[in-house]
Ligand binder design. Structure first.
Ligand SMILES: C[S@@+](CC[C@H](N)C(=O)[O-])C[C@H]1O[C@@H](n2cnc3c(N)ncnc32)[C@H](O)[C@@H]1O
Length: 502
């Protein structure tokens, strides 16, 4: 039954109609129709009992008519993009059936030293290396090295491993995890001495993060500051391993968790082991694992090189890499700086909010980027791919219709994201030997009610830069954070530098 014009019910329905597939929260609706949140909630309750409106997650409400995005005239669905991609590129989407997420690494020696939810599986990397015949004498590059999954596996395959990564804690993890020559008894002795020194210390100052006292119990803060202040300076294999063990216990010793975004854990772990005990356990795990991989040492490739820098700057020698394998940030997937701020602050890599902001300006674009960084991308021109000429205006239009969204320049964030990816693709192409491959694990996104095929766009941009598209294989499906019922995917895109091209 349609509500009569002039009633609150009519106003709420009209306001929801304007926000379309994006939906709106109670507070947003209250502002829009100039009424109280309490009265809006009551109207939504009635409308929802009638089946006229529904909740779509994160406190958002939507008209039921917008429930299915596909089929709407203002929505281009994943299938349509796949069809166009297959037609235009001549490449049909395939399937990758092995494990792809980091989860399987959590029980693997070495990989488990710094659980990185955003990482991919060691088994996936090992499979790619084997398939490409990587071995002694080969060079493998990972421009977004993260916790070093690719680099560890490349060394274990006998290859030279090169990586770049922006976040210092991840660089530390990559360095320690690739230094498998570390003698377990040296680490154990170093840890014993270190713990004696830490126990003798008094609790020290807290890092700059405003929420530190909420994030940790008082007892944990006391032990953590003593551990932190006793850490030897970075630079030797034992000192770096101790630092990583300290980094590894930070979140488990806090009231936070990552799933995958950093948030408070409702089941606070106040009564779990304290930081000293957790630290001892982390070092024990490392010494055990170093013992397990000891036999592999003779087969390892040369020491890995991990540079802390912006992947867009590249800088590796031309035609020197046999295989590049990576997983970049996804379109608006994750603000890594935000997610690793605790690690950055406690490990001394960021000393102020200004330091965090500076890092955010360099990381591949996500929606926490300051507006000054997207200003050059507001105009829909100079696009890395023609498909963006359709996608970006759709994002802009949906947000304009809704009136309130996290930010009104979201299309510029997406524009900048793909512009950030271009120099990385171009530089990897330059560093690959002719015939060399670039294997990229990347996902698609749903943003402001607009579908963005991140994997297909990356493949297309690669093709425009002179790669040939070897394959796009769907590895798994994911749920959209914006709308739980919407299925997204994660794909393995394989590009090749043609043998004959210059
Ligand atoms: C999906 S993760 C890579 C995870 C990795 N495959 C692993 O298994 O650990 C993407 C990484 O890109 C990094 N990153 C973001 N922007 C960057 C930039 N401009 N330069 C270098 N690294 C960057 C993030 O810090 C993050 O570690």
């Amino acid at each position: 039954m349609a509500a009569a014009p002039g009633t609150l019910s009519f106003a709420v329905r009209s306001a929801l109609g304007e926000t379309g597939a994006l939906g709106a929260t109670v507070r947003q609706l209250a502002r829009r129709v100039e009424d109280t949140p309490g009265r809006i909630e009551a109207v939504l309750d009635t409308l929802s009992r009638r089946g006229d409106v529904l909740r779509i997650g994160r406190g958002l409400w939507m008209l039921s008519a917008y429930e299915r995005l596909d089929g709407r005239s203002d929505f281009v669905d994943p299938r349509a993009f796949v069809e166009r991609f297959e037609q235009e590129s001549g490449v049909s989407l395939g399937r990758y059936s092995g494990p792809i997420t980091f989860r399987s690494n959590e029980s693997l020696p070495v990989h488990r030293w710094w659980p990185y939810v955003q990482g991919y599986s060691a088994e996936f990397v090992a499979g790619v290396l084997a398939e490409q015949g990587v071995g002694r004498g080969s060079t493998v590059l990972d421009p977004f090295a993260g916790s070093g999954t690719s680099l560890v596996e490349a060394r274990r395959a006998g290859a030279r491993a090169w990586g770049t990564e922006l976040l210092a804690p991840a660089v530390l993890a990559s360095r320690v995890k690739t230094h498998l020559e570390l003698v377990p008894s040296h680490l154990a002795a170093g840890a014993r001495q270190f713990l004696v020194a830490a126990r003798r210390r008094r609790p020290g100052p807290l890092p700059f993060l405003r929420e530190t006292r909420r994030q940790f119990s008082l007892a944990a803060l006391g032990e953590l500051t003593r551990l932190r202040d006793a850490l030897p300076p970075e630079g030797s294999p034992v000192a770096d391993a101790l630092r990583l063990a300290f980094g590894q216990i930070l979140i488990p010793a806090s009231r936070l968790h990552r799933s995958p975004c950093l948030g408070y854990d409702r089941r606070a772990r106040e009564d779990g082991p304290g930081p000293f005990e957790r630290f001892r356990a982390a070092v024990r795990e490392m010494t055990e694992d170093l013992g397990v991989v000891r036999a592999e040492r003779v087969r390892l490739g040369p020491p890995a090189t991990v540079r802390q820098r912006d992947a867009r700057d590249g800088g590796w020698p031309q035609r020197s890499v046999d295989l590049a394998v990576t997983s970049p940030p996804y379109v608006n997937g994750m603000d890594y700086v935000m997610n690793y701020k605790v690690d950055l602050a406690w490990l001394g890599y960021a000393r102020s909010y200004g330091d965090l902001r500076a890092l955010r300006r360099v990381e591949v674009a996500c929606d926490n980027l300051p507006r000054s960084e997207t200003a050059a991308y507001v105009a829909i021109d100079h696009l890395p791919d023609p498909w963006l000429a359709e996608i970006l205006p759709r994002i802009r239009e949906n947000i304009r219709r809704k009136g309130t969204y996290r930010r009104d320049d979201m299309h510029a964030v997406v524009h900048r994201y793909f512009s950030d990816i271009v120099p990385v693709l171009a530089d990897v192409r330059r560093t690959l030997v002719p015939g060399g491959r670039f294997v990229v694990v990347v996902g698609d996104s749903l943003l402001a009610g607009t579908y963005v095929p991140g994997d297909l766009l990356l493949a297309r941009i690669g093709a425009a830069l002179g790669f040939s598209i070897v394959s796009v294989e769907v590895a798994r499906s994911r749920r959209s954070g914006q709308r739980r019922s919407f299925e997204l995917r994660e794909s393995v895109v394989t590009l090749a530098r043609p043998k004959s091209a210059g």
